[in-house]
Write a protein that binds this ligand. Structure first.
Ligand code: NCD
Length: 304
């Protein structure tokens, strides 16, 4: 494998293998401490991030490698007008692998066409976020014990939420997956996901604006924040930002073994009184992100 731009670049077998390696890393961290000695990852973040960038960096450091990069476009030469392609050509000479986040859909794909080292898409606009999906798959596998036979509620900004788009694209490949799509009318899942992903693959799904309507049916409830940075109009954001606030009361009919996930950052969409509920998995999910990225770096660098 050369680049990871879309979760579809990985087969189910490759995903299973990454999950197994990540689980082995969790159990035997010491075995992996020098696997990437002398290797470097560049994290090129043209858009803000906490978890994704730091988990890539922590992953490489825990493998014995080192890190370089920038965390905002303003501190890179893109502020002077340099193209992504030129930046990538140059950074390829300084590093062995690149994780890149960009506000423009497709930017990591364009970068990969010019890159001499593997590129990982760490989020491109409202489009895709494959390593968050790997994180989510590892979380589901560890917390539910399976990736099939699940009813998954996706709630919040389904229009701009790239983690949701990638997760749906990944989960439809497992048997008997159903989706409940919960969003305000203005933030419904894009038509292309409905037509080209869900309907084309005959996946059962329904849409609702009411978070409690199907809550008793869900095995997973995946909450998302309203993506402020993708709005054209501040008033629309203010009107929609607190549309869903998950709290203990709304969970009263939920299953005992529901798994509540969130890619984070959280704004208001999960009340902090849910944090100590045993069904809240979002902080654990963030931790799994480091282990799956360790497994991914090993695979992409061809380290055994
Ligand atoms: C997500 C992202 O960047 O898309 N965060 C993350 O990577 N953990 C979700 C978000 O920003 O809302």
């Amino acid at each position: 494998m050369k680049h990871l731009i879309d979760i579809q670049n990985l087969t189910i077998e490759e995903i299973d293998e990454l999950i197994e390696v990540a689980r082995d890393i969790i159990k035997h961290k010491e075995k992996y401490a020098h696997k990437c000695d002398g290797k470097k990852i560049a994290t090129l973040f043209f858009e803000p991030s906490t978890r994704t960038r730091l988990s890539f960096e922590a992953a490489m450091l825990e493998l014995g490698g080192s890190v370089l990069g920038f965390s905002e476009a303003a501190s890179s030469s893109s502020a002077k007008g340099e193209s992504v392609s030129d930046t990538i050509r140059v950074v390829g000479a300084y590093s062995d692998i690149i994780a890149m986040r960009h506000p423009k859909e497709g930017a990591p794909l364009v970068a990969s066409l010019k890159s001499i080292v593997p590129i990982i898409n760490a989020g491109d606009g409202g489009h895709n976020h494959p390593t968050q999906t790997l994180t989510d798959l590892l979380t589901i596998k560890c917390e539910k014990g399976r990736l099939d036979n699940l009813t998954i509620g996706l709630c919040g900004d389904l229009m701009f939420g790239r983690t949701v788009h990638s997760l749906i694209t990944a989960m439809i490949r497992y048997p008997n997956i159903k989706f409940v799509l919960i969003s305000p009318k203005e933030l419904m899942i894009p038509e292309y996901i409905k037509k080209d992903v869900l309907e084309k693959n005959k996946i059962e799904y329904c849409e609702t604006t009411d978070i409690e309507e199907y809550i008793d049916k869900l095995d997973i409830l995946y909450m998302t924040r309203v993506q402020k940075e993708r709005f054209f109009n501040e008033d629309d954001y203010v009107r929609l930002k607190d549309y869903y606030i998950l709290n203990k009361e709304k969970l009263k009919n939920a299953k005992e073994d529901l798994c509540i996930m969130h890619p984070l950052p959280r704004v208001n969409e999960i009340s902090t009184d849910v944090d100590d509920d045993k069904r809240a998995c979002y902080f654990k999910q963030a931790e799994y992100g480091k282990y799956i990225r360790m497994a991914l770096i090993l695979k992409m660098l061809g380290v055994k």
